[in-house]
Write a protein that binds this ligand. Structure first.
Ligand SMILES: *Cc1c(COP(=O)(O)O)cnc(C)c1O
Length: 237
């Protein structure tokens, strides 16, 4: 039994369009970042054939293998790669060459390291721990403005917006206040008019709750399961 990736993408696009219409938004303002942890290059190629052009990876080493593999196989690939995992400082030197955007910057130290290692401007999002959960990365909401101000002046950093992984709820309605909060924080930072900072991207929403996220202003939804099917827990530690 194989998962029909192209069909899943079609269904996903329809659901995105409906959510956009419900909230009087233009569906083309919402982009899909396919979350591809544990997904092998063959299936990523199917997603590319289905029109996906942004991919999110959680692990630098895994991404490195796949990205070189795919670039070898697909010479005209216009795929963009977003880092969406927890970035260790010692992996930054690889990450800056592999990724087009790092969505998970949550400390000034990490931003400084990216600035130092990157050879050109790196697009970043500030990850916000909107639920204040101890187990999750992200800066706490009260620190967002200071962090943005602190990194805005770095030569090789371009702040493009915010990202969050809210607490998990079965019912996406329960997540709505968290998405709404991220939108408000983004608007508040925007109002400050900080030089070289644009708050155009809001990366929020996953397979279980992307429609709610879109209704609350998401511009990037990170979708794994709804495209590729259930992940197998193949990583043994
Ligand atoms: C795996 C992952 C996703 C996608 O999750 P699904 O529920 O499979 O859509 C999104 N964001 C991050 C940071 C992830 O690690």
């Amino acid at each position: 039994m194989s998962v029909d990736i192209k069909k899943n993408i079609l269904i996903l696009r329809q659901r995105i369009a409906s959510a956009a219409n419900r909230s009087s938004r233009n569906p083309s303002d919402i982009r899909i970042a396919a979350a591809t942890k544990t997904v092998e290059p063959e299936r990523i190629k199917d997603a590319i054939a289905g029109g996906i052009n942004i991919f999110g990876e959680n692990y630098v080493q895994e991404a490195k293998e796949k990205i070189s593999d795919l670039r070898f196989q697909i010479s005209d690939s216009r795929a963009k790669w977003h880092f969406i995992g927890t970035l260790q400082k010692n992996k930054v030197k690889y990450a800056v060459h592999l990724f087009d955007m790092i969505e998970t910057v949550d400390t000034a130290l990490l931003a400084v390291e990216i600035d130092k290692r990157a050879e050109k401007k790196m697009d970043i999002l500030i990850q916000v721990n909107i639920g204040g959960e101890k187990t999750k990365s992200g800066c706490c909401e009260g620190d967002v403005l200071n962090l943005v101000k602190g990194v805005a002046g770095l030569k090789n950093i371009a702040v493009k917006g915010l990202m969050t992984i809210p607490p998990f709820f079965e019912d996406p309605e329960d997540v709505r206040p968290y998405f709404r909060r991220l939108f408000e924080i983004s608007r508040d930072v925007q109002k400050e008019g900080i030089e070289d900072v644009s708050m155009t991207e809001l990366s929020m929403g996953m397979s279980n709750d992307f429609e709610t996220a879109i209704e609350e202003g998401a511009t990037i939804v990170r979708i794994g399961t709804a495209i590729f099917g259930k992940r197998e827990n193949k990583k043994k530690t």
